[in-house]
Structures are given as structure tokens and as C-alpha cells.
Design a protein around this ligand. Structure first.
Ligand SMILES: Cc1cc2nc3c(=O)[nH]c(=O)nc-3n(C[C@H](O)[C@H](O)[C@H](O)COP(=O)(O)OP(=O)(O)OC[C@H]3O[C@@H](n4cnc5c(N)ncnc54)[C@H](O)[C@@H]3O)c2cc1C
Length: 405
């Protein structure tokens, strides 16, 4: 008896934000993907308010627009019209206003539940085969194909496996891809806050010695909070009853938006940098957190991952047109060459900023204040900073240019 093996052009392991996005874009481009996640789609697509949100750059919005996903998010996305960067005990601050760059906002805040729902609709619409709950237990790769074995014994075969299986990526580990990593010794507390007065679309990044404190505008009189603390302080805050937590919150937040209180679940994430030394191995490409996780102070990790995904799509569509093997080493290396170096620049910037600001050394405090004041007074430098964070510079993939690959 011959064993039944499910065939595809690409097997995507991991149905988080990045895996679902990549599955929808590959199916729309005419490739045949299979998407696998160990959690049931019902759980993934459930949309209770979960207190989390993402800051999306202009580049990400363009990608989601071209995919036809943004229309489902437009009503819920809150535009960021200005960003105010300030520092504890410093008179200087940076003020970015969207019209410094053009008519578009600087970014958009999208609640994770809305993103999840829109992406799952896109996956269903584009006809992706989605196996879930289905856990990948094993993967092997040879000269002809990659084979994935599920916990229930089913086997899938494709020229290429994409590992979008998260920061601890078992596929990356099994492929022997080394990771540069370090622990920031910081914990991010993430929640939504409700405030009395409107935020007027202004995002605040306030640097304190233990770590940044970011207030990002959501729809209505609500903001998403990313509050970074040393582990001991974070654990003490997380152990508090809600009224006590809110009292501590108000001492850090201030009263510039009137009375403020937390709403919905409170999440915490130990902050670690992880950079895969390679993005590819024979018949394997890494995407999303399996390729990189960076400090959330610039809110860029997912934005970079969407750009990685759109670039990998361009490479694969181009390879298909030329009749090349989608999992061939030289094909995959085109993706790595285009993205790894570009991402390293963003890592260096966010890591450097975190080191510069998350400490209390007096001479650094002076330098930071001067730096912020200087950048604020040099429109060219400021525009360059903003263009970079917007995801609108460099070598743009087709979807980010509003084109099909
Ligand atoms: C505090 C904080 C704030 C952040 N804010 C922002 C922001 O504002 N903007 C931004 O761009 N980014 C932000 N990020 C980063 C962003 O959250 C992540 O980069 C993103 O969620 C990663 O998505 P992913 O799909 O790569 O991985 P995941 O969401 O981890 O998904 C991996 C999936 O793989 C599945 N899986 C794993 N192993 C298997 C297996 N063996 N078989 C089957 N399935 C498997 C899991 O079930 C899971 O669904 C933030 C991160 C933190 C910590």
C-alpha cells in the first residue's frame, strides 16, 4: 500500500500573525500553500478583547491594503498623528508630526483581535488549506523536498517549508540554525488603558531608567500601554490587585489625559533579543519571530516580518516564473540577502536606543537630552528617522508598492 502524502508548493508551520499573512499572500499569488497550527482555528479566530495591539507602519498598511485585508481593519485602526519622545528629568523632547512627511499618518494602532479576525478571513477567502489543530512533530529535508510529519501521523511534502513557528521555533532548532540572543533584563507589561480626555492621535514614548513607557492611541478615549520595568518591579506590579495596580499606573502615567485606569487583561513579556544567524537552510526559510525578535520600544518586529514575508513572496513568484525549484538554496538566499542585513540595521537602532535610555548614568542623561534636541531641530535628520520607521524606504517588495508580485 502506498502512503498518502499531502502535496503543496509550500508548507507553512505556524498560524500566528505572520504565518497566516504569508499563507494568504502566497495563495493569492497562485502558489499552493498548506498552513499548519497546533491550535484550533476557533481559538485562533476568537475575538474577545484581549488588551493587546500592534503599531503598524505605513509599509505594513500598504502590504495589507494590496492583499485586500486592510478594508476589514480600517474602521478599527487608529491613526498616529504625532509622536512625542521624552525623557525622565530632561527638558528636551522630540516631536514628530505626520505632516512633516506628507499627508499620511505616522502609523496605525490595530487591536490584535481585529488583526486575527481579518487575517483568518483572508486565509479562508484565498482558499488556503489550513490544518489545525495539527502539531508538527518532525520535519526532514532532502535533495527533492521537505517532509513534515504531524502528531496524528499525516505527512506533507513540498519543495519548501516555511518556519513561522514563533520565537522558540522548533524547526529552526532542528535545522541547526544558531541564534544570537540576549536577555534585556526587562519585562514589558502590556495592557489597554481608558482615559478621561482624548489623546488626539498622539503617541508618547517616555524613556525612564528601568525602560520605556509607551502610550499608543486606540479608538475612543483608550490607549495601548507598553510599560517596561526591571523584572523585580514588574513582578511586584503584576501581583497587585487591580485598584493598587491602577494607583501605580497613575503615578507613572501622570494626569495629562485626566483620570486613567487599566481595562481588560494585563500581559507580561520578558524582553529578549533573538537574531537567527541564517534565515534559510536547504528547503527551509524562517519568517516572523523565528527569524527575529527585537525590543518592542519601536514597535517594529511585526512590521519587519510583514516586509520579510512580502519579499519572500516576490522571490518565490519570480522563481516559479523562471521554472526554478522553490526550495533551492540560491533561490532562498535571494530572500536572505534582501532582508537579513536590512533587519540588522533596525535591531542596531532599537537596541542602541534601549541601552542609551534605560540607565541612569549622569553623562548619558546629558548626551540623550542633547541628542533629542539636535534631532528635533534638524528637519532632514528627523525626516530620515521617520521614513525609516514608516517602512517606506529601501528596496520595497511588490505588495508594499501596491502591486501584485
Ligand atoms: C510587548 C510586545 C509588544 C509588541 N508590540 C509590537 C508592535 O506594536 N508592532 C509590531 O510590529 N510588533 C510588536 N511586537 C512583536 C509581535 O508581537 C511579534 O513579532 C508577532 O506577534 C510574532 O508573530 P509570529 O506569527 O511570528 O509568531 P507567533 O505569534 O508566536 O505564532 C507562532 C505560531 O506557531 C504555532 N506553532 C509553534 N510550533 C508549532 C508546531 N510544532 N506545530 C504547529 N504549530 C506550531 C503556534 O501555535 C503559534 O500560533 C510586540 C512584542 C512584544 C513582546
Amino acid at each position: 500500500m502506498t502512503e498518502h502524502v499531502i502535496g503543496a508548493d509550500v508548507i507553512i508551520v505556524g498560524g500566528g500573525a505572520v504565518g497566516t499573512t504569508f499563507a494568504a499572500m502566497t495563495a493569492s499569488a497562485g502558489l499552493s500553500p498548506v498552513l499548519i497550527d497546533r491550535e484550533a482555528p476557533k481559538t485562533l479566530a476568537a475575538e474577545p478583547f484581549d488588551g493587546r495591539a500592534f503599531a503598524f507602519s505605513y509599509g505594513t498598511k500598504r502590504i495589507l491594503e494590496t492583499m485586500g485585508v486592510w478594508s476589514a481593519l480600517d474602521n478599527d485602526a487608529e491613526p498616529i498623528l504625532a509622536i512625542r519622545v521624552s525623557e525622565e528629568r530632561s527638558p528636551f523632547f522630540l516631536h514628530y508630526v505626520h505632516d512633516d512627511l506628507g499627508p499620511d499618518p505616522l502609523g496605525w494602532l490595530v487591536e490584535s483581535r481585529h488583526l486575527r479576525r481579518a487575517l483568518h478571513d483572508a486565509v479562508a477567502r484565498s482558499g488556503v488549506r489550513f490544518l489545525a489543530p495539527a502539531s508538527v512533530e518532525q520535519d526532514t529535508r532532502d535533495a527533492y523536498s521537505g517532509i513534515v510529519t504531524l502528531a496524528d501521523g499525516r505527512r506533507l511534502r513540498a519543495p519548501l517549508i516555511v518556519a513561522a513557528d514563533g520565537a522558540n521555533s522548533p524547526l529552526r532548532t532542528r535545522a541547526g540554525i544558531a541564534v544570537t540572543k540576549w536577555d534585556y533584563g526587562q519585562i514589558a507589561i502590556v495592557t489597554t488603558v481608558v482615559h478621561e480626555r482624548p489623546h488626539r492621535g498622539i503617541a508618547h514614548e517616555h524613556f525612564r531608567a528601568p525602560g520605556p513607557f509607551a502610550i499608543l492611541p486606540l479608538r475612543g478615549n483608550r490607549s495601548s500601554l507598553v510599560w517596561v520595568e526591571q523584572p523585580e518591579t514588574a513582578r511586584a506590579l503584576l501581583a497587585l490587585e487591580r485598584p493598587d495596580f491602577d494607583r501605580e499606573l497613575r503615578t507613572r502615567f501622570g494626569d495629562f489625559l485626566g483620570t486613567v485606569e487599566s481595562s481588560g487583561p494585563i500581559w507580561s513579556y520578558p524582553l529578549r533579543l533573538r537574531l537567527a544567524r541564517r534565515y534559510v537552510a536547504p528547503r527551509l526559510a524562517l519568517l516572523g519571530d523565528s527569524a527575529h525578535t527585537l525590543h518592542p520600544l519601536a514597535g517594529q518586529n511585526l512590521n519587519l516580518a510583514f516586509r520579510d514575508a512580502a519579499t519572500l513572496l516576490d522571490v518565490l513568484v519570480d522563481a516559479r516564473r523562471r521554472g526554478e525549484d522553490l526550495g533551492a538554496r540560491d533561490v532562498l538566499e535571494r530572500y536572505e540577502r534582501q532582508r537579513r542585513g536590512a533587519n540588522l540595521a533596525m535591531f542596531a537602532a532599537t537596541d542602541g536606543l534601549n541601552r542609551l535610555f534605560s540607565n541612569d548614568r549622569l553623562w548619558l542623561r546629558g548626551l540623550r537630552g542633547l541628542g533629542l534636541a539636535a534631532v528635533d531641530r534638524l528637519p532632514g535628520v528627523k525626516r530620515a528617522f521617520m521614513g525609516y520607521a514608516r517602512g517606506s524606504g529601501g528596496n520595497l517588495p511588490s505588495l508594499a508598492r501596491g502591486e501584485s508580485p
